[in-house]
Design a protein around this ligand. Sequence first.
Ligand code: EPU
Length: 335
Amino acid sequence: MEENKILTSLNTFGIACYAKYFVEIFSVNEIIQLQKKSQFTELPHYILGGGSNILFTGNYDGLIIKVSIKGKEIIKETDEHIFLKIGAGENWHELVAYAINNGWGGVENLSLIPGQVGAAPVQNIGAYGVEVKDVFEELEAINLKTLNTEIFDRKACKFGYRDSVFKKEAKGKYIITAVVLKLNKKHRINAGYGAISKTLNEMGVANPSIADVSRAVIQIRQSKLPDPKKTGNGGSFFKNPVISDAAYQALQANYPDIPGHPVDGQVKLAAAWLIDQCGWKGKRLGNVGVHENQALVLVNYGNGTGTEIKDLATKIMKDVSQKFSIDLEPEINIL
Ligand code: EPU
């Protein structure tokens, strides 16, 4: 257990702030031991993974628990599938690379997403037409009240767009320790997303392998999204809003170019487009700003504070609300 721990390198926004207490755990047993400590029983706690989806707006007056449980193990294999159990503390992109190197498909579209494996199901990470729920089998989580390990299958996780039970009724009540993914030995290439097929064409690839799709995704992400090692950011700051078809048609009457994708009888808008239309793309306010290649990404140019980022987000939300009557919802956890 460390006291007054500086968190700059533990959050991808690179916000300099302190946690009153900090502990890194490497095993399920260490979580059980932690339960007996006063820092756990008497103070608030926050479970940290890769720190890629969190904005600290000040020092954290409690206990930060960083999950670093490692391991990859095949627990079942059939003619078509590999069931791979992965420790929650494994790095997501390293897992993707490992799967591709072994010839196991299903996660190649999710290449280069920052963060850890245990956080992937919490917000059902997704990119380029694939979400983690598409390859998800089950996860193990410790119930912080009973200290029993519970298994959550896909249904119990209640996955939605950037959403799961762990952002709702189960929030703060569990620590996810391992995730089992069902990977494909027989590949189903998913190159339907416009940017992927375009990039594969440019790469001169006609019959893409999972490694080709991964390369294309990496190329697209590197061209649009800032590298958190160089410029602090947390990926998409807001969720893409989902509205009724009627509301979408009403917007289309005024904005014929407004992008929209049908989802379950509703329409998902591109928050980046809405923000862009309000003139925010590439704008800088002091130490923070809106990324020049993707209006959905807020960046810390170096010495920014969480409050500066939050104030910028509030200004953007106000403008989008005034222009389009749409309330943007942050995707990032704001602490
Ligand atoms: N657009 C703009 N201005 C911009 C950027 C985009 O107008 O500055 C418009 C374009 O019309 C584009 C549309 O927005 O067609 C959608 O943009 P893009 O394909 O880049 O994806 P996105 O909807 O902005 C989502 C995810 C990303 C994910 C990409 C690719 C969310 C909140 N974000 O972004 O996820 O990588 O799709 O699948 O769903 C993340 O969650 O951190 C993340 C980066």
